[in-house]
Design a binder for this molecule. Structure first.
Ligand SMILES: Nc1ncnc2c1ncn2[C@@H]1O[C@H](COP(=O)(O)OP(=O)(O)OP(=O)(O)O)[C@@H](O)[C@H]1O
Length: 508
C-alpha cells in the first residue's frame, strides 16, 4: 500500500515538475524581460541558502558601455593563454598586428582552472537585452565571464587567485599588444591655442640585441640591467624610489645609439616616446607631456646636447645639430621641425629638464626608462647626467672584430670566412663605425656573394687607413712647422705677429 502511494507520489511530483518546467519555458519565451528578471532574482536568493558555491561575474562593459572593463580584458587574456588547451570550443580572431590568430573561449564554454590545489570554474557567457530607441529596436549583447568556486575558499580566491589572474592577464596583454612610437608635434586645442601633443604610429623596428654589433659581454650586462629593472617593482617600492631608470648612450654618429633604443624597447615590450625638446614650449608643457606618457615605456631625447645648452637655455632652431640621423627613429621628426618654424621661442630650461627626470611628477605612471643620446658627452652639464638621473652610461664605439662578426652574420649569414683574418687585422687598427661596416657588407646586386662584400669592406678599410695615414702625416708636418723657428742670429720668430716686409721674414 505504502509502496503504491510512494510510486504515485513520485509520478505526481515528476509530472508537476515537468509541467512547471514546460510552463517556465513558455514564460521565459513570452514574458517581458523585467518579469523574468524578477522571478530569476528571487529564485536565486532562495537557492543561494542551499548552494555552497560563490560566483563572481566580470562584465565586458560597465555602465555607459564606452570603455571596455580592464578586469574583463585581463581575464580574457588570462583564460585565452591558460585554458585554450583545455577548452573544447574556441573563438579565433586575428591579433592586433594581424600576424597571428588569437584563440579565446567561445560563448557558454566552461573550463576548469586550479590554484594552490583548489579547483575553480570559468564560464564565458552573455545576456541579450532588448534595447528600445526612438528610431529602431535592436538587441544588445552583454558578455561576461563567470567564476565559480566553493565558499570555503572565498579568501584564497578573492585574494591571491584573482590578483594572480589580473596580473598575469595584464602581462599577457602587454606582451601581445601592438606597440607604439609616439612623437610630440604641435596641435590645436580649444579655444584654439597651439600646444604640443603626442601622436603615434605603430612601432615595428626589427632591431634586437642579437643583431646589435657589440661585444657579447657588454651586451649581456645591458640586457641583465634592463631585465632586472623590469622585474624590480617591489624593490623600487621598498626603497621608496620611483620605478624608473635613466640611460645615457654616447658615442660617435653611426655607432648604434638609436638601434640600441629600438632593441631595448623590443626586449622589454615597451612603447617609445621620442621627445623632441625643441618643439616643447616651456617647462609646463614638458610636464604635461610627461604626465601623458604611459607605464612600460621608454622616453627618448636624442642628441640632448643639441637641444639644451649648458646654461640651461634652449638653443635656437637654426642652431640645432644638422643631423639627418635624428630622423631615423621617427620619420615625422623632420616634418615636425619644419612645422615648428616660426613658432614662438621655447623656454624649457635645464632645471625644467632635471625636474622632468626626477621631479615629483616623474614618479607618476611607473616602469619607465629615460634615455638620452649624445655624440658629445663632454658637452653635457654634469648635473644632467649624474648617477641617479642617468643611472647607466653606455659608450657606443667604433666597430670591433666581435661587432663585425655580428654584422657578417646579420648581413651575409656567415660565421667564418678566410677573409676574416685580414678584416680582423684592419678593423683593430682603424676606426670605422658599425654603420659604415654594415653599409659595405650590404649586397648591392643579386650577384654579390659573401666574398664580394667582404672584399669591398677590406677595400674600404684600406682606403680609410690610407686617408688616416695621410691626415696624420699632414698633421705631423703642420705641427713641425708650427714650432717657432729660430733666425740665424738666434732670435725667435713668431709668424703670426710678423709685420716686417715679406722678404725679411724668416724662412719656414
Ligand atoms: N652597433 C650596431 N649594430 C648594428 N647595426 C648598427 C650598429 N650601429 C649602427 N648600425 C647600423 O647603422 C645605422 C645607423 O645607426 P644608428 O642610427 O643606430 O646610429 P646612432 O649612433 O644613433 O647615430 P646618430 O648619433 O647619428 O644618431 C643603423 O640603421 C644600423 O643599421
Amino acid at each position: 500500500m505504502v509502496a503504491i502511494n510512494m510510486t504515485e507520489l513520485w509520478t505526481t511530483m515528476g509530472s508537476t515538475l515537468a509541467s512547471f518546467m514546460f510552463l517556465w519555458a513558455i514564460i521565459r519565451q513570452y514574458c517581458p524581460y523585467e518579469v523574468r528578471r524578477f522571478f530569476e532574482k528571487y529564485t536565486h536568493r532562495v537557492m543561494s541558502y542551499f548552494y555552497p558555491y560563490i560566483r563572481i561575474s566580470f562584465h565586458e562593459f560597465l555602465g555607459d558601455r564606452l570603455k571596455r572593463s580592464e578586469a574583463y580584458s585581463a581575464v580574457e587574456a588570462y583564460l585565452s593563454a591558460n585554458t585554450s588547451k583545455s577548452a573544447k570550443r574556441l573563438k579565433a580572431e586575428m591579433g592586433k598586428d594581424t600576424s597571428n590568430l588569437v584563440l579565446t573561449m567561445d560563448e557558454y564554454e566552461r573550463v576548469t582552472d586550479e590554484f594552490k590545489g583548489v579547483k575553480v570554474w570559468w564560464v564565458s557567457s552573455k545576456v541579450v537585452l532588448p534595447t528600445r530607441s526612438m528610431s529602431y529596436s535592436a538587441e544588445q549583447e552583454k558578455r561576461f565571464y563567470k567564476l565559480t568556486f566553493h565558499k570555503k575558499y572565498r579568501e584564497l580566491i578573492t585574494g591571491s587567485y584573482l590578483e594572480h589572474v589580473i596580473r598575469e592577464g595584464k602581462e599577457i596583454r602587454i606582451r601581445n599588444r601592438q606597440r607604439k612610437l609616439y612623437t610630440n608635434s604641435p596641435g590645436y586645442k580649444w579655444p584654439s591655442f597651439k600646444q604640443t601633443m603626442w601622436s603615434h604610429i605603430v612601432f615595428e623596428h626589427p632591431a634586437t640585441f642579437d643583431t646589435l654589433a657589440m661585444e657579447r659581454e657588454k651586451k649581456q650586462e645591458i640586457i641583465g640591467d634592463l631585465l632586472t629593472f623590469s622585474k624590480s617593482k617591489d624593490f623600487y617600492a621598498r626603497i621608496g624610489k620611483a620605478w624608473k631608470r635613466g640611460y645615457l648612450l654616447y658615442g660617435p654618429p653611426g655607432t648604434g645609439k638609436s638601434t640600441m633604443i629600438a632593441a631595448m624597447a623590443n626586449l622589454l615590450g615597451y612603447d617609445v616616446y621620442d621627445l623632441e625638446l625643441t618643439a616643447v614650449k616651456d617647462n609646463t608643457e614638458l610636464r604635461k607631456l610627461l604626465i601623458e606618457t604611459t607605464s612600460k615605456s621608454i622616453i627618448v631625447i636624442e642628441d640632448i646636447d643639441c637641444s639644451l645648452d649648458l646654461t640651461g637655455q634652449r638653443k635656437k632652431k637654426g642652431e640645432k645639430c644638422s643631423d639627418d640621423e635624428s630622423e631615423k627613429l621617427n620619420p615625422e621628426a623632420g616634418r615636425k621641425e619644419a612645422n615648428e618654424e616660426g613658432s614662438s621661442s621655447s623656454k624649457v630650461t635645464l632645471s625644467g629638464l632635471l625636474n622632468f627626470i626626477d621631479g615629483i611628477w616623474s614618479a607618476c605612471g611607473g616602469e619607465r626608462l629615460i634615455v638620452f643620446t649624445t655624440n658629445y658627452v663632454e658637452k653635457l652639464d654634469p648635473a644632467l647626467i649624474r648617477r641617479g638621473r642617468m643611472d647607466k652610461h653606455i659608450q657606443l664605439s667604433y666597430c670591433s672584430f666581435e661587432g663585425f662578426k655580428v654584422l657578417a652574420k646579420n648581413y651575409l649569414n656567415i660565421e667564418t670566412h678566410p677573409l676574416f683574418y685580414t678584416i680582423q687585422r684592419l678593423i683593430e687598427e682603424i676606426k670605422m663605425t658599425p654603420a659604415d661596416v654594415a653599409e659595405n657588407l650590404m649586397p648591392k646586386s643579386p650577384l654579390d656573394d659573401a666574398e664580394k662584400c667582404l672584399s669591398r669592406l677590406i677595400e674600404a678599410l684600406e682606403e680609410t687607413k690610407e686617408t688616416e695615414a695621410t691626415i696624420t702625416n699632414v698633421e705631423t708636418e703642420e705641427l713641425k712647422q708650427s714650432t717657432i723657428p729660430v733666425k740665424e742670429d738666434g732670435e725667435f720668430c713668431d709668424h703670426d705677429k710678423e709685420t716686417v716686409e715679406p722678404e725679411n721674414r724668416c724662412q719656414r
